[in-house]
Each structure stands twice: as structure tokens, then as C-alpha cells.
Design a protein around this ligand. Sequence first.
Ligand code: ZN
Length: 187
Amino acid sequence: MNCTSCKQGTLIEGLLEDCITVNTCNHCHGHWILIENYVKGKQQSPDLQNLNLKNTAETYFDVDDSKTALLCPISGRIMQKFRITHDSAHRLDYSASVGGVWLDSGEWEYLKAEGLAGSLNTILTNHWQKSVREDQARATFDELYRSKFGGESYNKIQEVRQWLEQHPCEDELKAFLMAQDPYSAER
Ligand SMILES: [Zn+2]
């Protein structure tokens, strides 16, 4: 099987973390993993259960993330890109028809450091991808408000909002705030 990422290497079968059957490129060192093998390896190895524990030690490694569309090494079709988290630029390339995922060199180590190496199959679900999009939207709004209001005012309005939301007179307080003149009977 030829590497569709660097187009120069061959994918050689081996073991990742001593339990997951993968095909690793002998040139760019990326991994091609069938989700079936990933799940099987995860079930067989108790060590892998611990992979979701976030590595708190500072880790440095080179990640070589492919920005362009990749072709599935088996079907030859364009693979889909899946975001890992909303604040990570990394994308996993997934071939849905084959059920295989491509990890660029260093991406497995990145997943481990982020405490997500035990969640590879979860990242590829609609549910995960939906929450990544929601987190992204939230972060975009947050940034927008912060730049529009200024940090100090934004922090203050957030506090007020939180206080309002848990106040038993929430509606009346809002009406008071919005009224032209809350001391007038006229509206
Ligand atoms: Zn390669």
C-alpha cells in the first residue's frame, strides 16, 4: 500500500502502543489506522484505557499536519477532514467508506498529550463534531463581544447577566433595566 500523504513511502504494517495494528509510512512516518483495529486494540490493552489521562508534563514534538485534501490509501477517494477540538488547528483525515483514519507524523503523540488518544473513534462521531462546531461558535461570539465592548465592560455585563439569571425577580429586573423611565406609570 502506497502512502497517499507524502506519495513517496510505503505503508508498512506494525503496532502502535504495542496493541493497535496500523500501517506506518516508511517515509513521512504517518499512520493509517482502521477504526476496527483501533477499537480492538483498545479493548485488548489495559494500558490504552489510561490514554485519556491528560499528560500534564510539557511535551514537545513536531506535528506535520497535512493541510491539503488526502486520498484514502485503499479506496483512492478524497478523505473527510475532522476537527479534533475547536481550538486545535489539527484535522484528522477520515475515510468513511473504508473506516480508516490517517494521522500525520506526530499527531498520535499530539492526541496523547491532549488526553484524546483513547477517543479517536469518538472524535469521528457526529456528536463530537457538532460540539466542536458549537464550541467554535461560542469562541467566535466571545471574541466579538470582547472586541466590541472592551474587556472590562464585557466582564461586567457577563457578571450582571449571571446575577440576573439566578435572581427570583429576573423578569422585573430586566423590565426595570429596559424601561425608558421605570418610575413613570406611562410606557
Ligand atoms: Zn508517507
